[in-house]
Design a binder for this molecule. Sequence first.
Ligand code: AMP
Ligand code: GLY
Length: 451
Amino acid sequence: MYPADNKKDAVDWKEVQGQHITMVQRNVLVLGSGGREHALAWKLAQSEGAHIYIAPGNAGTANVGMNVNIKPSDFESVKDFCLKQNINLVVVGPEQPLVDGIVDFFKSDEALKAVKIIGPDKRGAQLEGSKAFAKDFMEKYGIPTAKCFKVNKGNLEAGCCFLESLKAPYVLKANGLAAGKGVLIINDLQEAKEELGKMLDGKFGSASATVVIEEFLKGIEVSVFVLTDGEHYVLLPEAKDYKRIGDGDTGLNTGGMGAVSPVPFCTQEFLNRVEDSIVKPTLKGFKAEGINYKGFIFLGLMNDSGNPYVIEYNVRMGDPETEAVMTRIEGDFVDLLHACADGCLNEVHYAKSEKTAVTVMMVSGGYPDAYEKGKVLNGLEGLKDVVAFHAGTSFNADNEVVTSGGRVIAVTAHGHSIEEARNLAYREVEKIHFEGANYRHDIGLDLMKLQ
Ligand code: AMP
Ligand code: GLY
């Protein structure tokens, strides 16, 4: 099994009765605290001999590893912990530490030389950190995406002319990270011009000092996940996310209310097109630009009559997509990530389950607007046939699991069909109780007719 016979990974030698044997350390640190990180840690913990640490983690991650009270933004403390605990693999969950350069920090520190880290360098992370950078990159490497125009206060008039050249609806995107809120889709031209002005005036702070105006793409959205070592790649299971708070895609946008994987319209032919027109040119671009990218690429795609267009790049896994995707990856995930860090993803066996995963996110009452925290969760012990990934939970003074975020817990079930997985997921969701709990009732319903 990789990497036991691979000398590169012989990071620790132990003398046993006069004989040297190779010990492969499998101490893994996952950075982050949401459902995505619980799902990553859950999968990693299934690898033989793995010891998983999660910083800072949540009440759920405490069941699959050890929570460590360190903020992912505190690179020095992350470093100290890695050295003290002999961590040899770090998996970065959220985008912010990547955009802030955690990979460059690790690579430039002699003491951290033996510690592998999964994620792109700071420049690679600009694919998510700057929409303008991502658009320039796609244009340069011929990757299909919506036509766009970049506006700042200096060329507002030209921006308005570009808006006039488009058909409604109009898509305005804050250039920088805006906590998932920086995209506006507006039907009226005059309103779009007004919003453009407001964005440039700081509606999303410095994130909207530059705004990317985009042509509106038609089609169905799908999230395709890639793990790359910069040279080789594997396509992880794809997923569909449900972003609106209400059934039937109504109400405010959220971080994601559920997920389904696989996605019926994501045929082999479509995936081949994604590989040829998006994944391969993206890797070619990394090489040409000198970007060091050993990590996840999350392609937010629009499927327009079988043709994929990139809506956005993210440089991390999706949430709640990960809570569905991780349950369909077969084999040793620690090995897969070591192979990624070592540049030999082509040498590992990777397979995905044929089963369908459906994930239902339970959220706090009021989310995505203001909500209360500290509500006790009941019913977690009696769950059957599902995995409950904690998103926003912590322990109170009495050691009870309580809510600590908007998205609280993601329940994932498997089935031979979406219908079977849905039925199981919802049967178990109904057993979980906390004051104000809310969830969508229609996760996967739209895809059932396509299956
Ligand atoms: P983003 O943050 O770029 O993923 O955008 C958020 C959401 O806005 C996407 O998931 C899409 O639903 C929608 N969106 C963004 N860009 C476009 C576009 N050019 N055409 C149609 N919908 C878009
Ligand atoms: N579920 C969408 C995201 O993680 O950005």
